[in-house]
Ligand binder design. Structure first.
Ligand code: AMP
Length: 400
């Protein structure tokens, strides 16, 4: 069933109306949250009932509290020491994991609930030690969670609540298989909440079908989500105007065409000699489409991509997808401060510096028995995700 909230009644509720534990309400008050945001008003009561939810809501909507509060409410009264991990929040990036941990800590400040973080770029052994202490809430990114799982450091079989945050982005990043595997590991869970910023495509539908049970779909990306201070304007344009822009460009009276991916397909312009990717396309196929606007029909072409640290891994995965290395170019007059990651893995992606340190240390001791299996998930990684996105994971060695 799908519920839309295009015009929620000027959110009348207050947090105290939710059936939340008083220790959580105290934290909410401490944080000076008074009115729930629309996503909180919609999701918290249903999540408290134990329903599976699929929520379409963007960052900035208050979505984190919408899943953290019901989650903590379930855990707050559970007795029996800290012997098993009782919830998992799976999300795409280390930064999001850190922000989420912060919110979990703030909301659980008057409880005994403990949370832990497992992401790439952090010390593997320290994480393993943290896992031995068994956090109630585990927050992590797919790659490192699988590494810890394969190293025998992680047991998810007692997870009661599984949350997939920014599921669409995780899929975009090529984590479909890892997500599925981790969801399977949480086989005894009682509730699953899936959040995504977009309604997603086939890959999202697939994972929803596999991991959610009879979910309620809450659609919160609506007018009510937009800040009141945002002026929204439209300019009526004719198809003619678009055509004219392209026509002028074709004839050479304008020299530069600024376009979105809409122009990435189908434009056939003779003598188009340069394509600049202001940001990196999200998939190898999209890259091919954009860049394919130049060098057509045997002509010469040049494609330049501007790479910041956010683009690096995407770029290296596209390099692998195309089996090509892009030429590194420096323009003296506008030299960027970013020179690529300090260290790269065999895949070309950025290596976490701390992880490298452990590898060195483990040379002194006898850790290899544990570290070996960490390579396993990579060996099973697909060459490309089902929807043609460039894989962000390592290729099978045989394919290289
Ligand atoms: P999120 O969409 O979860 O990333 O949240 C965006 C920001 O809104 C965070 O800084 C929250 O602390 C803040 N926030 C979330 N819910 C509320 C609320 N009901 N009242 C005030 N601030 C909120």
């Amino acid at each position: 069933m799908q519920l839309n909230f295009p015009h929620l009644p000027e959110v009348t509720s207050v947090f105290s109306q939710f059936a939340l534990h008083e220790r959580l309400l105290k934290a909410v008050a401490e944080l000076k949250f008074v009115e729930p945001t629309p996503v909180q008003a919609a999701a918290i009561p249903l999540a408290l009932q134990g329903r599976d939810l699929r929520v379409t809501a963007q960052t900035g909507s208050g979505k984190t509290a919408a899943f953290v509060l019901p989650l903590l409410n379930r855990l707050v009264d559970l007795k029996g020491g800290r012997v098993e991990i009782r919830s998992l929040i799976l999300l795409p990036t280390r930064e999001l994991a850190q922000q989420t941990l912060k919110q979990v800590q703030l909301f659980s400040q008057f409880t005994y609930i403990k949370a832990g973080l497992v992401t790439g770029g952090e010390d593997f052994k320290e994480q393993a030690a943290m896992l031995r202490k068994v956090p109630d809430v585990l927050i992590g990114t797919p790659g490192r969670l699988l590494e810890q799982l394969n190293a025998g450091n992680l047991d998810l079989s007692h997870v009661q609540v599984l949350i997939l945050d920014e599921a669409d982005r995780m899929l975009d990043m090529g984590f479909a298989e890892d997500m599925e595997r981790l969801c399977k590991e949480c086989e005894n869970r009682e509730q699953t909440l899936l959040f995504s910023a977009t309604t997603g495509g086939a890959a999202l539908r697939d994972i929803i079908g596999k991991v959610l049970k009879d979910p309620e779909h809450l659609m919160l990306n609506s007018v009510s989500q937009l800040a009141e201070g945002t002026r929204q304007q439209i300019i009526m344009a004719d198809q003619k105007d678009r055509k004219l822009a392209i026509e002028r460009f074709k004839q050479g009276s304008s020299k530069v065409l600024v376009a979105t991916d809409v122009a990435a397909r189908g434009l056939d312009i003779d003598g188009l000699d340069l394509v600049i990717n202001f940001d990196m396309p999200r998939s190898g196929d999209e890259y091919v489409h954009r860049v394919g606007r130049t060098g057509r029909a045997g002509g010469e072409g040049l494609a330049i991509s501007l790479i910041t640290h956010n683009d690096w891994n995407l770029m290296s995965s596209i390099e692998r997808y195309l089996k090509q290395q892009f030429e590194r170019r420096v323009i003296k007059e506008v030299k960027g401060t970013y020179n690529g990651p300090k260290k790269v893995k065999a895949s070309g992606k950025a290596a976490g510096s701390k992880k490298k340190k452990i590898e060195k240390k483990s040379g002194d001791k006898k850790a290899p028995a544990k570290r070996k299996p960490t390579a396993k998930p990579k060996a099973n990684a697909p060459l490309a995700s089902a929807d043609g996105l460039a894989p962000l994971k390592k290729r099978k060695p045989a394919a290289e």
